[in-house]
Write a protein that binds this ligand. Structure first.
Ligand code: ZN
Length: 295
């Protein structure tokens, strides 16, 4: 169930900035000894747009709350809304045959949920499940389509993300086929950390198995190996990333490849936005990405 939040008085200003104050995240943060990074307050795709374009897209309504494990769509569902996560993040899961389901994408404040609408299609091919509770901008799909059809600047900016999204799906296919579970788990933990904006988050063992498409015993073995190397701490679903660089070294190359593609493609916004005298959120993320990997 979605619940609207925020005061009416500040809606327009917040919408123009594309940002929102962070509140306590939905996942449990009871591993309190590991320092966390500063919390972001904006969706970086929206932040890369001009204030006029952001207002055209998200209007003057406040963001909505997304609850942990909330289902936003099932495969085959009509898409009613497009979401731009702020401090929430969403798993994209293939349609299952019996228990054979696999997470193939993770969307946080670097992206959006509802890319089929960019292509003029209003049916979801995937299940979308909230994995990190928090806020997101929610836009009526019909309104979203009208806006991108009539404003080429917005469509062009979001098409860049579509490219990145498709590249990440292809990378995940390779990852699932060729890379070992321990390296895939390290990649997945880093992706989740990036979108949780915290070194601590909560995820159950069963859900990890589900996300990696392996049996629980496989997750146990991989998590134990990472724990023995003092890269993470895992206790009853509470995960603490203890050594980010070490975990990056343990991850398969897909993590760095995803980041390079994001930085390369969305970083192209740098020229036009800097020309306008203002650095975009996507550009800041690209710079952050470029500085955080060594490949
Ligand atoms: Zn991989």
């Amino acid at each position: 169930m979605l619940r609207r939040v925020g005061s009416v008085a500040n809606r327009t200003a917040r919408a123009a900035r594309g940002c929102w104050s962070r509140r306590t995240p939905g996942f449990r943060n009871d591993v309190s000894t590991v320092p966390t990074r500063p919390a972001p307050i904006e969706n970086l795709l929206l932040a890369a747009l001009s204030s006029e374009d952001r207002l055209r897209l998200i209007g003057d309504g406040p963001p909505v709350d997304l609850a942990l494990s909330q289902s936003l769509s099932q495969s085959g569902d009509r898409i009613h809304h497009v979401y731009f996560p702020i401090d929430s993040f969403i798993s994209l899961i293939t349609p299952g045959i019996e228990r054979a389901q696999l997470e193939i994408g993770l969307v946080g404040n670097e992206g959006m949920l509802g890319v089929p609408v960019l292509l003029g299609i209003n049916v979801s091919p995937l299940r979308a499940l909230v994995q990190g509770a928090g806020h997101a901008w929610r836009i009526d799909a019909a309104h979203f389509l009208r806006v991108i059809e009539s404003h080429a600047s917005i469509r062009t900016a979001l098409n860049r993300y579509l490219y990145v999204f498709l590249a990440q799906l292809m990378q995940t296919a390779t990852c699932t086929r060729f890379h070992l579970v321990e390296a895939r788990l390290a990649r997945w933990l880093l992706m989740t950390r990036d979108r949780a904006h915290s070194n601590q988050f909560h995820v159950t063992h069963e859900f990890l198995a589900y996300m990696l498409g392996v049996r629980r015993v496989g997750v146990t073995s991989a998590a134990s190996a990472l724990q023995r190397r003092k890269l993470i701490r895992y206790r009853r679903g509470d995960i603490a990333v203890l050594d980010v660089r070490g975990l990056e070294g343990a991850a398969c190359p897909c993590y760095a490849i995803d980041k390079k593609i994001y930085g390369r493609v969305l970083g192209k916004a740098r020229g036009s936005r800097q020309h306008a005298g203002r650095e975009s959120g996507a550009v800041r993320l690209a710079a952050q990405i470029a500085g955080s990997i060594s490949c």
